[in-house]
Design a protein around this ligand. Sequence first.
Ligand code: C5J
Length: 222
Amino acid sequence: MRIDALPFPFACELSKTALVVIDMQRDFIEPGGFGESLGNDVSRLSAIVPACQRVLSAWRNAGGLALHTREAHRPDLSDCPPAKRDRGSPALRIGDPGPMGRILVAGEPGCEIIEPLRPLAGEWVIDKPGKGMFHATGIHERLGAQGISHLVFMGVTTEVCVQTSMREANDRGYDCLLLEDCTESYFPEYKSATLSMIRAQGAIVGWTSLSEALLRNLIGMR
Ligand code: C5J
């Protein structure tokens, strides 16, 4: 595939590329969840769901590997450093009872991936205790075992878990593409700055493109 992207076309082979869907969890995206309880406008995030669905569906039809991450901690919070839980003394902390169960705790309703993007049996679901997908997950070894060298990213939020995961991936030698209309932030200026940072200096972190550019390549692949 040769995908129209910035700062120049992104070349990859489907068999060596994974689609990574970052943290499309109910607590970040749905009204009545943790994200909204913090005063965020979650409609910004839910607006990308149809574009994400189109890409995920086309990717599956083409036979590509898809993986989904969740920002999720063990119920005993043994994988949540106090620095993460306590910083800024927030009113609601990780592990506290929230509107959709204990906040960012595996197995709680708010921690689940939203229904329209529900993983299929056989797709990888990675619970990550950090912002980045490589921290304490073993994912690099699993991707290596599958011969994956390229990653296509969607998900939320652009400047936190998506950007952190892309930077971690870039340092581990993956070529990374972020789909601009399939990622979002509660803060539009942070999304825009992140897209610029990623593709600056000749793709210093990676590439960005519209999902349409990927879909054009996927149509008719299988
Ligand atoms: C993610 C966050 N998923 N913003 N988490 O970006 O804390």
